[in-house]
Design a protein around this ligand. Structure first.
Ligand code: 6GU
Length: 254
């Protein structure tokens, strides 16, 4: 474990996730470990240094035994592309799974990853992300893993990426920032898009007038009740305009 630099913990500068319970352990299996270098940057990088997040990235090819370190083969039944072979995945998961593991297969064929799923994942002790490439992983890997762990197939949305890596990174960031101690000021997690089912209100800072555009007067009024009401109204307006499907049917209370 790398000791945290003094400034990474505002309150006491401790080295090992001070004041919190066990860190969240995250294992990632991929044929492109170098994708995950970005996890050393910014908030998540600090959380790794402080010990709040224990993230380990594994190269799937380390679990092969042939000279070419083969991870894919042609699809049974024919068709275009390649499928990831089950054997390396089986060996990787044998080495990584623990009693409390939840295993996530990022896939455009999965259920939608949402803020509430991110919140759920942030409370687990051990997340395992299995990043597929090509046309996907042999289905038996997912089925067999279900017999020994909780398994989720999760999608970021209705579009296709080249593999699970970027999706896993998004999920790790969304869940990781909700782990206690990762975001310095937990209040900043409350008033953000999707936390209360609405999109966030627009934000402004100084100067009060910029390129002829004014900050809404209410925000400079000092009237906290009026500011709160204005922000709520903006949340409704923005949600209605951008994501009307998120609003409850007219007449229902939110
Ligand atoms: Cl999770 N994986 C891939 N390959 N593409 C996606 C996705 C996941 N979510 C949206 N598109």
């Amino acid at each position: 474990m790398i000791a945290a630099p003094a400034e990474s913990w505002g309150r006491d500068g401790g080295a090992t996730h001070p004041g919190y319970a066990e860190p969240v352990r995250i294992d990632v299996v991929t044929i492109f470990p170098e994708f995950f270098a970005v996890l050393d940057v910014s908030l998540l990088g600090k959380a790794r240094q402080s010990g709040a997040l224990d993230i380990r990235v594994h190269d799937l090819r380390e679990f092969t035994h042939d000279r070419h370190r083969t991870v894919d083969d042609t699809p049974s039944g024919g068709g275009a592309g390649m499928v990831m072979k089950p054997e390396p995945w089986g060996e990787a998961l044998d080495a990584i799974l623990t009693d409390g593991s939840i295993v996530i297969f990022p896939t455009p064929a999965g259920e939608l990853f949402t803020q509430s799923r991110a919140r759920d994942l942030s409370t687990r002790e051990h997340l395992v992300f299995c990043c597929g490439r090509y046309e996907g992983i042999d289905q038996r890997v997912i089925d067999h893993t279900r017999s020994r762990a909780e398994v989720l197939e999760l999608s970021l949305g209705d579009y296709v990426l080249n593999g699970g890596e970027v999706a896993a990174m998004a999920m790790i960031e969304a869940a990781g920032r909700l782990v206690p101690g990762v975001v310095g000021n937990p209040e900043s997690l409350v008033e953000e898009s999707h936390e209360d089912g609405l999109l966030e209100y627009p934000s402004y800072t100084k100067p009060a007038v910029w390129r002829g555009l004014e900050t809404p007067a209410v925000l400079l009024s000092g009237n906290h009740a009026a500011i709160a009401a204005w922000r709520r109204e903006q949340q409704y307006e923005r949600t209605k305009r951008m994501r009307p499907e998120l609003l409850p049917p007219a007449g229902d209370a939110l």
